[in-house]
Ligand binder design. Structure first.
Ligand code: FPP
Length: 257
């Protein structure tokens, strides 16, 4: 179903910002989160069904994972399916939820050889069994890798995450001897799907909209945002590097001066 594109193609000019060798652990965001928007519009512009845009979107996923590896990003979180996306027509939902399996079937060996670790954030329970199993297989087979952590946010919604975290924390307050005085931001964060993962430094949204759409609400308190009109299937390493370059020029003050 998916057409395989090469995972690595190392030809690049050293001088330009497009040269990924410029990026080191010191000047690259540790955690980049992406809202991959615009697939439906990309397809509509070409007179194609919406799902053709999602399929083409997988090629962008491959390019951006590859770029993130080269730029030494530590965590890349991709908003793959939100808790609100269940409102879409059933065939489109089924199509989107089949994509991770197709992607992993084709690219897991490349991901493993590039030291990528697969993880998820979101509620895996309600996903089709085949999707869940394919992702779990990839998680199990990459768990010892210590390069890029590739996080699929799938059946993810931030408000749901925060409410769940609060319920679990309250349960611990009632049953496990946790005291209200022990509750602070750090402890609360441990109940979120993102426990142990640094907050996103940079959040990219493609497709022209400028909103968070229930993505990483707690975690993005001090995240730098970068928006582009480019539709996700057209998003390439070039745009990704523009975003990283702009990030390098931002001064983050975290409320200080
Ligand atoms: C939003 O665009 C996109 C989605 C809800 C699906 C995103 C999924 C992918 C890009 C495929 C991911 C695959 C892997 C392997 C991670 P939209 O449909 O809302 O676009 P529109 O705003 O133009 O209608």
């Amino acid at each position: 179903m998916l057409k395989k594109i090469p995972f690595f193609n190392n030809k690049q000019s050293k001088a330009s910002i497009h040269n990924t060798e410029r990026y080191t652990e010191d000047n690259t965001p540790d955690h980049v989160a992406i809202i991959m928007d615009g697939n439906g519009r990309w397809a509509k512009k070409r007179g194609m069904p919406r799902v053709a845009g999602h399929k083409e979107g997988v090629s962008s996923v491959v390019k951006i994972v590859k770029a993130a590896v080269k730029c030494k990003v530590k965590v890349l979180t991709l908003y793959t399916f939100s808790t609100e996306n269940w409102k879409r027509p059933k065939p489109e939902i089924e199509f989107i939820l089949r994509l991770p399996k197709g992607f992993l079937h084709m690219y897991l060996p490349d991901l493993i050889s590039n030291n990528v670790r697969i993880e998820t954030i979101g509620d895996m329970e309600n996903l089709p069994a085949t999707t869940r199993e394919a992702i779990q297989y990839a998680i199990d087979h990459t768990q010892d890798n210590d390069g890029l952590q590739l996080n699929f946010a799938i059946n993810y919604g931030s408000r749901h995450e925060i409410l769940n975290a609060m319920k679990e924390m309250l349960t611990d307050i009632n049953d496990a001897g946790l005291s209200l005085d022990d509750v602070d931001e750090q402890r609360f964060s441990r109940y979120l799907y993102t426990a142990g993962i640094p907050d996103p430094d940079l959040l990219i949204r493609t497709g022209g909209e400028k909103r968070l759409s229930n993505f990483l609400l707690w975690q993005s308190a001090y995240t730098e945002f970068w928006f582009t009109d480019v539709l996700w299937p057209d998003f390439s390493e070039k745009e990704f590097l523009y975003a990283l370059e702009e990030f390098r020029q931002r001064r983050r003050r975290y409320g200080g001066i």
